[in-house]
Design a protein around this ligand. Sequence first.
Ligand code: GLU
Length: 280
Amino acid sequence: MIFTTRFAPSPTGPLHLGHAYSALLAHDMARAADGRFLLRIDDLDQSRARPHWEDQIYEDLTWLGISWDGPVRRQSAHFQDYETTLAKLRERGLTFECGCSRRDIDAASNAPQEGVPEFGPDGRIYPGTCRDLNLSPNADTCTRLNMAAGCDIGLPAAFSETGPAHAGHHELEKSDLVTTIGDVVLSRRQMAASYHLSVVLDDVATGVTHVIRGADLFEATRIHVVLQHLLDLPTPTYHHHDLIRDDQGKRLAKRDDARAISKYRADGASPNDIREMVGL
Ligand code: GLU
């Protein structure tokens, strides 16, 4: 199997030093393994994706000396595939429709029990309000995975991690998934799929063997592995790298324009300066 990895930015703002690190690391690892480095444009959220940010991604990566293999995959070209898979999960009774607003969820969760986490990798852990209501899909509902039912069918499951903070073999446990993650959203109003469902399908469709991405997504990996098992798809090896932080130790965000690669470039920095800044 050819080592295949990818960089998957969303075209919703400028790439910053954190993206540069992620892209360069994945690119370097692919080249060192004589493998493939793919570029995917995660433009799932059409309300925020902009063509000029996509153009700037190509420009910034090329300037950094990064070349990608094969055509660029854009999520917006695959909405139908996400919907088809979602329909299959629905037919198998592994999902439910949820009509809760964020405010409903906050209100239903306002008496947290001691020792039970309130937030997981997908935000506030869903209190289960609509799980057994059998609602029909409509413009105001989202579709959630019934995590307990998913675990009953999908487990045992495990994944290998090679990143610095959590290297090793990680077995998934039902009680842990139910209490620390819960019924995650698979498709939102006006969106064909959530990030979790689309990333699983995109990675397998493009033959990704190694997912290299920031440590902020480590906890969400359990969601992806459950979905892979439910859909009978292979699980790649994961490598979650450390995040690049600002001088105050805060992780960089798209709004930190001061750290945008294009800004460094305009100020006369070279691609090697960027490599040095991120420690590569
Ligand atoms: N578009 C996602 C992001 O920018 C990709 C995450 C991933 O690599 O799975 O965070």
